[in-house]
Design a protein around this ligand. Structure first.
Ligand SMILES: Nc1ncnc2c1ncn2[C@@H]1O[C@H](COP(=O)(O)OP(=O)(O)OP(=O)(O)O)[C@@H](O)[C@H]1O
Ligand SMILES: [Mg+2]
Length: 350
């Protein structure tokens, strides 16, 4: 019975369509599920009890990921992992390493094959989209700004003619709202101020955003830090980066109505391909919240301008964030389900 119980967890793994390898404390293969057997074209039986070197020609990257997961006692994701199996040729995967406790401590390795062309197509689409967004916004802002001047002027003239002072309240509303709209349009129209790229510490950016958002929502909001403090400096525009992170963190805080937990995480990522270019190193910034999640009907379009799920939202926060990140040759993505929303920003390191 005890024997059977011990194997129950492995059995469950066999139902998964994701390729999974389970390693013991000494990093020997305990179990390889059928999806992994398929992906790597090996037999699990032959591998059980052996080291990963039996399977892969080069295990440096993967060992690195395992060490990190063990050190932090948390999941570690290696994006863009190139694996060459002895049996087969090269495989391009994303690998998640998670320390787990079954009857003894183990490491769970999940492998998701990456379709290069799919990823490229998505990135290209994102770049096109960013450019289209920028153009649309500028045109729209321009179209709105002109008549606004007329509306404001007419309201002021009307005000002078009004006999009952009480009615001025209404013209005041027109003038003030016209001013508010104009300020927003100015924001969209001002040509990108000269960006200043210099060495920047991502943790300074995150700390600044953290204090701003905590000041805005003093009650009930927790912002936890999970930083890899050994990260090297990025080259970029600090103000833009602050805006990127602020827009994402603020969205999370707003979605949770100021009550909940936000985690700011930084990690190093190796061998990442962003917009067709391969980078040896990149910084991964994740903003994770335990709020309600992005409404399903918005998931395909949150990066589009003027898409908002909030009554008072402009729907510009994520559009601008995406624009700024792509100016840094980086990408921005998210996964979201109720209780767990995660935005991931990847920024290449020089
Ligand atoms: N962490 C999150 N949790 C739940 N919903 C989110 C989250 N982040 C974004 N959203 C949804 O995506 C929408 C678009 O966000 P975006 O920042 O682009 O615009 P906005 O917040 O509505 O307005 P703005 O930022 O311009 O004031 C939000 O309105 C919200 O519905
Ligand atoms: Mg927003």
């Amino acid at each position: 019975m005890a024997h059977y119980m011990a194997h129950l967890p492995y059995l469950t793994l066999d139902y998964l369509s994701t390729a999974v390898i389970l390693l013991d404390e000494e990093l020997r293969v305990v179990h390889l599920n059928p999806a992994a057997e398929n992906l790597f074209e090996v037999s699990g039986k032959n591998l059980t009890g052996n080291f990963l070197q039996m399977l892969f020609a080069d295990t440096v990257q993967i060992e690195n990921a395992m060490q990190r997961a063990l050190r932090d006692n948390a999941s570690y994701i290696e994006h863009d992992l190139m694996l060459s199996t002895h049996a087969h040729n090269k495989l391009h995967v994303r690998c998640t390493v998670t320390p787990v406790r079954l009857d003894t401590p183990c490491l769970l390795l999940e492998f998701h094959p990456m379709d290069r062309s799919l990823k490229l197509a998505r990135e290209e689409q994102m770049l096109d989209q960013t450019q289209a967004n920028r153009l649309l916004l500028r045109n729209l802002a321009h179209e709105i700004k002109n008549p606004l001047g007329g509306i404001r002027g007419a309201a002021q003239l009307l005000e002078q003619e009004l006999e009952k002072p009480a009615l001025r309240e209404y013209t005041q509303v027109i003038v003030q709202e016209a001013d508010r709209l104009r300020a927003l349009m100015e924001k969209l129209l001002t040509p990108q101020r000269n960006t200043q790229h210099s060495a920047l510490n991502i943790h300074e950016v995150l700390e600044r955003v953290r204090s701003v958002v905590l000041a805005e929502m003093p009650e009930g909001l927790k912002i936890q830090r999970d930083y890899d403090t050994s990260l090297p400096a990025l080259i970029g525009d600090k103000e833009q980066m602050i805006q990127v992170v602020l827009n994402i963190v603020r969205n999370a805080a707003q979605a949770m109505h100021g009550k909940g937990l936000i985690i700011l995480r930084t990690r190093i990522a190796r061998q990442v391909t962003l917009f067709k270019k391969r980078h040896r190193l990149a910084v991964m910034v994740q903003i994770i919240d335990d709020g309600p999640g992005i409404p399903p009907e918005l998931r395909d379009k949150v990066f589009y301008p003027l898409v908002s799920g909030r009554a008072d939202g402009h729907g510009l926060g994520l559009t601008l964030a995406q624009d700024f990140v792509s100016q840094h040759h980086g990408t921005i993505e998210f996964d979201s389900e109720p209780g767990n929303t995660r935005f991931t920003v990847m920024l290449p390191l020089p």
